[in-house]
Design a protein around this ligand. Structure first.
Ligand code: HDD
Length: 680
């Protein structure tokens, strides 16, 4: 088995000199004797131009920032590996999809779309899910999102869409949010956005963690075999831990309590050895079946329902290493949809075609010139031999000739005419008139939003109605609100009426001939629960003076054995005195955390019964999360009015097996929606 990681070896060769034990130097390697005061004439005099250390230090600092990404500016990333389950030679010659014993290094960057680099993680937004595979035949970038569809059909509309969703131009408001007039104005006038808008109004747009969301290539791509046979393909990433979301109220509070919530969650999981894992699946459609669907496979606003074309698992990806330097790696990574390897090719999807232009273009402004692929994070692990030369940031010392054909360089680098590993674009026959016209096969904008809506469970639909009401309620323009409700009425009358009701608008007229698709159960979060483990779930144990230490130990041991993260929260850092008079350690002070940062709360016997503790338990319950109480604390829960029989609430005298397995099962369930509301 070849499990050496060539990307990690390559990174080592780029690491800056280890500062430990060495002296501070200038960029020129000259040792510096003093860095706290500038060189001046007398103690109070002016600074001298000859202070080269001062000038170099300030100049470098002044140039530290580069333009942030125009979209997906806020991101977090990790290294890892991908390994196929078996050879996919039947469908593709891609080298990294052939041998289950070969691990291909990857770098994955997750992101939000709308907000700037410093915006909060838990906003309602699409999440980017971009993977760079450092394959033995060059870099392959699968630049996807956590939704399988996109807002527009043709890339020429991308600037319009992004201008509409970004903060409004006059006052740069709102940050990291789609709840404003310009976005909904655009949506109400451009119904092709609706399907993706439905995903955006669903719980998919507020993931619990990057480790608990799906990823999709969105477009239909092509796999190509060694014989040149093509198969249409859609890519799906599915997290092992299942797909889980936050509650909107909770997501908003986390924006203030811990704006780095997702970034820290990813980092801490990897640092603790709980490596995030995703399965790669493909939907395969033979070329001859391209027109067998009632939508166009080239239309990126459509999914292929999994009930129609099942997802075949082909491999798994594990993220097992945090980057060493955020700027050098997470910020400077440059993805590009046109980074493909032999065995993977494009289709004529007009959004994909536009992306194949845009990503290279954007890196030129963002990374300052054409040599960004020499940055360590972007470097392929196989040898690079080009005739491209010079330019800003050229790091390589090229030798030999720089043109083809040549005889003076022995004809090198050779152009791989006969080389079986060379990339060859798939031969396709095309003819047509030059025109600007959307294909009639792209016209249906309402059936798939209806498909999505109908596939949601009751609680998912309730959350969507609330989301539409919230977002449109934030729009000042009455006509924008009314026009959007009108669009919803073309999808589902009940939904449109419920949204209208929340906005104080008259219910829309019934639209004739509404779409009537069959639901796709694969779309509901109810059916995406993952492996059922409680790994990495965060559980708060509320402790205080007189705590039953044995209860804490029993809960802790059971949950930690399942991989959950348990934190004991007390009145202050340090220790509290337990029921036996012994010191009991506290992990965190309650005042430094918040209930929204935990998946469950457990009250051991003797748990505090004060207002902060009661507020904590009430909030955990209100957000549908697990509550468990032991010994005397069970009466605390009861006194809060939390019904013992409510889903996800467990109380017992002692931490016996029945209690511990009920607690574990409740945690596995993630959220408990069918509960009586929180008592006043
Ligand atoms: Fe894009 C970044 C995903 C349509 C133009 N896009 C970007 C990133 C992701 C996506 C994940 C961040 C990559 C990173 O972490 O560095 N974009 C998508 C998906 C799309 C999509 C899944 C639809 C299927 N994008 C799209 C279109 C265009 C762009 C139609 C332009 C025609 N996207 C860009 C960009 C960005 C970008 C401006 C900004 C930063 C970057 O590329 O590197 O070029």
């Amino acid at each position: 088995m070849t499990h050496k990681d060539p990307k990690q070896y390559q990174r080592d060769t780029h690491r800056a000199a280890d500062p430990s034990g060495g002296a501070l130097t200038t960029d020129q390697g000259v040792t510096v004797d003093h860095t706290d005061d500038s060189l001046t004439v007398g103690e109070r005099g002016p600074t001298l131009m000859e202070d080269f250390h001062f000038r170099e230090k300030l100049t470098h600092f002044d140039h530290e920032r580069i333009p942030e990404r125009v979209v997906h500016a806020r991101g977090s990333a990790a290294y890892g590996y991908f390994e196929p389950y078996r050879s996919c030679a039947e469908f593709t010659r891609a080298a990294f999809l052939q041998d289950p014993d070969v691990r291909t290094p990857v770098f994955v960057r997750f992101s939000t779309v709308q907000g700037p680099r410093g915006s909060a993680d838990t906003v309602r937004d699409v999440r980017g899910f971009a993977t760079k595979f450092y394959t033995s035949e060059g870099n392959y970038d699968l630049v996807g999102n956590n939704f399988p569809v996109f807002f527009i059909q043709d890339g020429i509309k991308f600037p319009d869409f992004v201008h509409a969703v970004k903060p409004e131009p006059h006052n740069e408001v709102p940050t990291g949010a789609s709840a404003h007039d310009t976005l909904w104005d655009f949506v109400s006038l451009q119904p092709e956005t609706l399907h993706t808008i439905f995903w955006l109004m669903s719980d998919r747009a507020i993931p619990r963690s990057f480790r608990m969301m799906q990823g999709f290539g969105v477009h239909t791509f092509r796999f190509v075999t060694a014989e040149g046979r093509a198969t249409l393909v859609k890519f799906h990433w599915t997290p092992k831990l299942g797909v889980h979301s936050l509650v909107w109220d909770e997501a908003q509070e986390i924006q203030g309590r811990d704006p780095d919530y997702h970034r820290k969650d990813l980092w801490e999981a990897i640092a603790s050895g709980a490596y995030p894992e995703y399965e790669l699946g493909v939907q395969l459609v033979p070329e001859e079946d391209e027109f067998a669907f009632d939508f166009d496979l080239l239309d990126p606003t459509k999914i292929i329902p999994e009930e129609q074309v099942p997802v075949r698992p082909i491999g798994r990806m594990v993220l097992n290493r945090n980057p060493d330097n955020f700027f050098a790696e997470t910020e400077q990574v440059a993805f590009h949809t046109a980074n493909v390897v032999p065995g993977i090719d494009f289709t004529d999807d007009p959004l994909l075609q536009a992306r194949n232009f845009s990503y290279l273009d954007t890196q030129l402004i963002r990374l300052g010139g054409p040599n960004f692929s020499q940055l360590p994070v972007n470097q392929p692990v196989d040898a690079v031999r080009t005739n491209q030369r010079d330019g800003h940031g050229q790091h390589a010392i090229h030798t030999g000739t720089n043109y083809t054909p040549n005889s003076l360089g022995g004809g090198c680098p050779a152009v791989g005419g006969g080389d079986p590993s060379a990339f060859r674009h798939l031969r396709t026959h095309l003819e047509g008139q030059k025109l600007r016209k959307r294909s009639a096969s792209f016209e249906d904008h309402y059936t798939q939003p209806a498909l999505f809506w109908r596939s949601m469970s009751g609680w998912e639909q309730r959350h969507m109605v609330d989301a539409f009401r919230f977002e449109l309620g934030k729009c000042d323009s009455r006509q924008v609100r009314a026009r959007t409700v009108d669009q919803l009425a073309h999808v589902d009358h009940e939904l449109a009426t419920a949204v209208a009701d929340g906005l104080g608008i008259a219910a829309p007229d019934r639209v004739d001939g509404l779409p009537d698709p069959r639901p796709s159960p694969a779309l509901s979060l109810e059916n995406l629960r993952g492996d059922g483990s409680i790994a990495t779930r965060k559980v708060a144990l509320l402790v205080g003076p007189g705590i039953a230490a044995d209860d804490c130990t029993a809960v802790r041991e059971t949950l930690e054995a399942g991989g959950a993260v348990v934190e004991e929260l007390g009145p202050a850092f340090g220790t509290v005195t337990d029921a036996d008079g012994k010191p009991h350690p506290v992990d965190k002070a309650l005042s430094t955390v918040a209930p929204v940062l935990y998946d469950a709360v457990v009250l051991p016997g003797g748990a505090p019964d004060d207002e902060p503790a009661r507020r904590f338990v009430r909030d955990v319950y209100r957000h549908g999360k697990t509550v468990a109480a032991l010994g005397g604390a069970a009466s605390v829960a009861a006194s809060l009015g939390l019904p013992e029989s409510a889903a996800g609430v467990t109380a017992a005298a002692a931490p016996d097996e029945e209690f511990l397995s009920a607690l574990t099962a409740d945690l596995t369930h993630h959220r408990h929606w069918d509960r009586p509301p929180v008592p006043a």
